[in-house]
Design a protein. Sequence first.
Length: 63
Amino acid sequence: MTPHQFRAWFNSLPEKYQKQAKAMYDNARRGGGIHTASSLALIKDLVEDSINFDGEFQYDNHQ
Protein backbone atom coordinates (compact mmCIF):
# COMPACT_ATOMS: atom_id res chain seq x y z
CA MET A 1 0.00 0.00 0.00
CA THR A 2 1.40 3.37 -0.97
CA PRO A 3 1.28 6.38 1.36
CA HIS A 4 -1.18 8.01 -1.07
CA GLN A 5 -3.49 4.96 -0.92
CA PHE A 6 -3.20 4.89 2.87
CA ARG A 7 -4.14 8.58 3.17
CA ALA A 8 -7.16 8.11 0.88
CA TRP A 9 -8.30 5.08 2.88
CA PHE A 10 -7.67 6.89 6.19
CA ASN A 11 -9.73 9.91 5.10
CA SER A 12 -12.67 7.62 4.27
CA LEU A 13 -12.84 6.26 7.83
CA PRO A 14 -15.31 7.40 10.49
CA GLU A 15 -13.61 9.46 13.22
CA LYS A 16 -13.61 6.58 15.73
CA TYR A 17 -11.54 4.42 13.40
CA GLN A 18 -9.34 7.31 12.29
CA LYS A 19 -8.26 7.67 15.93
CA GLN A 20 -7.53 3.95 16.12
CA ALA A 21 -5.52 3.98 12.88
CA LYS A 22 -3.61 7.12 13.91
CA ALA A 23 -2.68 5.56 17.26
CA MET A 24 -1.35 2.45 15.50
CA TYR A 25 0.54 4.59 12.99
CA ASP A 26 2.07 6.79 15.69
CA ASN A 27 2.98 3.86 17.96
CA ALA A 28 4.79 2.14 15.12
CA ARG A 29 6.78 5.33 14.42
CA ARG A 30 8.05 5.64 18.00
CA GLY A 31 11.71 4.86 18.21
CA GLY A 32 12.46 6.36 14.81
CA GLY A 33 10.80 3.71 12.67
CA ILE A 34 9.46 4.33 9.21
CA HIS A 35 6.44 2.79 7.57
CA THR A 36 6.76 0.37 4.70
CA ALA A 37 4.04 -0.66 2.28
CA SER A 38 3.44 -3.78 4.36
CA SER A 39 3.20 -1.87 7.65
CA LEU A 40 0.60 0.48 6.17
CA ALA A 41 -1.33 -2.51 4.82
CA LEU A 42 -1.16 -4.18 8.26
CA ILE A 43 -2.66 -1.10 9.94
CA LYS A 44 -5.41 -1.05 7.30
CA ASP A 45 -6.16 -4.76 7.83
CA LEU A 46 -6.26 -4.42 11.63
CA VAL A 47 -8.61 -1.43 11.53
CA GLU A 48 -10.89 -3.09 8.96
CA ASP A 49 -11.00 -6.24 11.11
CA SER A 50 -12.02 -4.06 14.05
CA ILE A 51 -14.76 -2.43 11.96
CA ASN A 52 -16.02 -5.85 10.87
CA PHE A 53 -15.94 -7.14 14.47
CA ASP A 54 -17.85 -4.10 15.74
CA GLY A 55 -20.42 -4.56 12.97
CA GLU A 56 -21.00 -8.21 13.80
CA PHE A 57 -21.66 -7.41 17.45
CA GLN A 58 -23.40 -4.05 17.16
CA TYR A 59 -26.52 -5.36 18.91
CA ASP A 60 -24.62 -7.09 21.73
CA ASN A 61 -25.42 -5.38 25.03
CA HIS A 62 -22.55 -7.02 26.91
CA GLN A 63 -20.17 -4.07 26.98
